[in-house]
Design a protein around this ligand. Structure first.
Ligand SMILES: Nc1nc2c(ncn2[C@@H]2O[C@H](COP(=O)(O)OP(=O)(O)OP(=O)(O)O)[C@@H](O)[C@H]2O)c(=O)[nH]1
Ligand SMILES: [Mg+2]
Length: 287
């Protein structure tokens, strides 16, 4: 795949250092993945950074993902040593189950403390994930749900607060932003079209061409339904764009097709879920 992201190693190092500092403050980590791209939105370096710290995976934006594939992703990931919960932070769906999963994951820690005679110590959690995956939305949900006022605690980096979200469960109010990994063009593409990467650091035209070819192969009926076009198997990305331009009246002076407008339209419709439900990463096969 010929897809490039202009990336900045300096930013990546800074994000990694910040995450390492924040992780020291917590007992359990919620790793938020985008249900449309569970593989590409996960950061393989997190495992090493966590060590023995338990984590719970939240598959967010499940309202925009392919429902069958999300089920398979939940099952496939669950085989490992952590819980996986489907959530939709925009509406709050699954958030209760997520809290229960976190409490469950924290149980061995509380038991260890109890044995040592430590009482009334809250479990501290933080949410990590790539940009735009929904971390702040989840924090707002968790805080809004219990309506407990934020409280300042000493010994925490200035500006960071612990918020009680359930009995014995405190949340660090700042989420950890996992730096995107786009050494692999496929991962970069997935992050770009789902909105984890700013549009000014990649070529939208190339991204939309790759996207349309992929959707034409895997979800042709969605493009047909959304734009009212007929597709043939031999259509190139340019053919599809031209068909959409005609169907949508994207024309420039003199009746020339405005393909730039189509590119913007397709990218926006895809990112916002208006084109339908899609999952770009195939679930694990070893089910
Ligand atoms: N469709 C849908 N959109 C969601 C969901 N959760 C969050 N969003 C939207 O995703 C966008 C990004 O959400 P944020 O909570 O700001 O994401 P973030 O991870 O805090 O992003 P950064 O702070 O940039 O790292 C917002 O427009 C949210 O409304 C969801 O479950 N479904
Ligand atoms: Mg945020």
């Amino acid at each position: 795949m010929d897809f490039k992201i202009q990336w900045f190693p300096g930013h990546m190092m800074k994000a990694k250092r910040m995450m390492e500092t924040q992780l020291k403050l917590v007992d359990v980590v919620v790793e938020m993945l985008d249900a449309r791209i569970p593989r590409s939105s996960s950061n393989p370096m997190l495992i090493d950074m966590l060590g023995n710290k338990p984590k719970v995976v939240a598959l967010n934006k499940s309202d925009m993902a392919d429902k069958e594939k999300t089920e398979l992703w939940v099952k496939g990931l669950k085989n490992k040593s952590f819980a996986v919960v489907q959530v939709e932070c925009a509406t709050g769906k699954g958030v209760k189950q997520l809290i229960a999963a976190v409490q469950n994951a924290a149980r061995p820690i509380s038991e260890k403390w109890a044995k040592k005679g430590v009482k009334n110590r809250s479990i501290r959690i933080m949410i990590v994930g790539v940009p735009n995956v929904g971390k702040s939305t989840l924090i707002n949900r968790l805080v809004g749900r219990t309506k407990v006022a934020a409280e300042n605690r000493p010994g925490v980096t200035r500006g960071q607060q612990w918020i009680t979200i359930a009995k014995g469960l405190e949340l660090l109010d700042t989420p950890g932003v996992l730096w995107p990994k786009f050494e692999d063009p496929q991962i970069g593409f997935d992050l770009a079209v789902t909105g984890a990467i700013r549009e000014d650091v990649f070529d939208r035209g190339i991204a939309v061409d790759i996207l349309l070819e992929k959707l034409q192969r895997e979800y042709p009926e969605q493009i047909c339904n959304k734009y009212g076009v007929e597709l043939s198997k031999t259509d190139t990305a340019n053919d599809v764009k031209a068909k959409i331009a005609i169907a949508r009246g994207c024309l420039k002076a003199g009746g020339i097709l405005d393909l730039d407008k189509v590119i913007q339209l397709v990218l926006r419709d895809f990112k916002t879920g208006r084109m339908g439900n899609f999952t770009l990463n195939e679930p694990p096969r070893n089910l």
